[in-house]
Design a protein around this ligand. Structure first.
Ligand SMILES: C[S@@+](CC[C@H](N)C(=O)[O-])C[C@H]1O[C@@H](n2cnc3c(N)ncnc32)[C@H](O)[C@@H]1O
Length: 365
């Protein structure tokens, strides 16, 4: 072939037409880890010297490994509730240091970093305190925030509501948001016990992007570049306008931030995903209905069986009674016949032939 597509992605061939769908099948249904932004982090590491990284909110550790691969010599992974798998995984990686405390309190206990990844508790109070801490203590760091778009942009989410003072907390619910209407719904993006969501969106001190706006508004320095990439719940990048490395990084990220294509795909993704959630919820409801119906059918068929047995017994009993009735009639007839015959015989006894007659009392009744 004299040409090839300038495309690093798997597109398949005439002989392997399913290569793309194979890859699609391998992806999780809802992308949400920072590791999907790898190419953006490659640009961050290319343009800035980053040795120490702090990752707030770790979950599986997929992001943590990526920062180490891209060149961070020390990654402090702040996760108050690590799983056993995460603990043992972190124990095997020299560059990764698990910090089992909640942020922002944990930030005071670890070294100042060149890169902060803010992806922990996605609510105004916590993100605001994290940003205030970083802007004051590490103003030259690059700050990357996740979930700066729907659903957390203007609506708090609480992994640990008790870590937020009641006055700073919005009334929250186990129900989740959906693209299809503005209220929370049990058929929406629910936390299944892992987190709760503010009942109302908008207003003051609500949501991640609101926290970013207020923190920058009140930051000691007002020279900040802010990039927002509209993909996978939204990635925000903040870097102080100090030198050309910051300018160059922002320039490199600009095509992503301004991409109408990415924004359209993200809107489509959240619309489709929340539609899937709604269908799953309805299907689960129908399954419960079907179970209930099956139980009712089983009960009714049991009752029908009991009634059929009772009917059979009643028929058999009535048949037995009829037989007994016939027998009694037979016996009665025999008895009557015998009585008449006896009377006739008695009358004949001592009576000359031709002189007998049967009176009315001799005939069987
Ligand atoms: C969305 S997940 C993080 C995903 C991860 N950054 C990735 O890219 O794969 C959010 C995590 O933040 C953790 N978390 C919740 N509150 C936190 C806090 N105050 N400080 C640090 N982590 C927190 C949760 O336990 C959860 O594992």
């Amino acid at each position: 072939m004299s040409f090839s597509f300038d495309c690093p992605h798997r597109i398949g061939s005439r002989h392997d037409p399913h290569a793309q769908t194979r890859e699609a099948r391998q992806q999780e249904l809802l992308l949400h880890s920072m590791s999907v932004y790898r190419e953006l982090f490659e640009l961050v590491f290319e343009h800035r010297r980053i040795t120490t990284t702090v990752e707030i909110g770790v979950e599986s550790g997929r992001g943590s490994a990526m920062y180490a691969e891209l060149g961070a010599s020390d990654v402090y992974c702040v996760e108050p509730e690590p799983s056993d798998e995460l603990r043992s995984y972190m124990g095997e990686q020299d560059a990764l240091h698990l910090v089992e405390r909640p942020s922002p309190e944990a930030l005071d206990t670890i070294p100042i970093a060149d890169l902060y990844i803010v992806d922990g508790d996605h609510n105004y109070a916590v993100v605001r305190r994290e940003l205030d801490w970083i802007l004051n203590n590490a103003p030259d760091a690059v700050i990357v925030l996740h979930d700066v778009l729907w659903p957390c942009a203007r609506r708090d989410l609480y992994y640990e509501p008790s870590s937020v003072r009641p006055a700073e907390r919005h009334p929250a619910s186990a129900d989740g948001p959906t693209v299809w209407h503005d209220e929370l719904t049990p058929a929406g993006l629910v936390g299944l016990g892992a987190f709760r969501t503010a009942k109302h969106a908008g207003g003051e001190r609500n949501g991640v992007i609101t926290a970013v706006e207020d923190a920058l508004e009140q930051a000691p320095d007002d020279r900040w570049h802010c990039v927002l990439v509209p993909a996978v719940f939204g990635l925000g990048l903040l870097v102080r306008r100090t030198d050309t490395s910051a300018e160059n990084l922002v320039e490199a990220l600009r095509p992503y931030g301004r991409s109408r294509l990415l924004a359209a795909m993200e809107n489509n993704r959240i619309a489709l995903y929340t539609r899937v959630l709604q269908l799953q919820y309805e299907a689960a409801g129908r399954a419960v209905d079907a179970d209930r119906l099956a139980e009712e059918i089983a009960r009714a068929s049991n009752e029908k069986q009991n009634l059929a047995t009772a009917l059979d017994e009643a028929v058999a009993e009535s048949e037995a009674l009829r037989r007994q009735n016939r027998l009694l009639r037979q016996q009665l007839d025999d008895l009557a016949n015998r009585t008449v015959a006896n009377r006739i015989r008695a009358r004949f006894r001592g009576t000359s032939p031709g002189r007998f007659a049967i009176s009315a009392e001799d005939s069987p009744s």
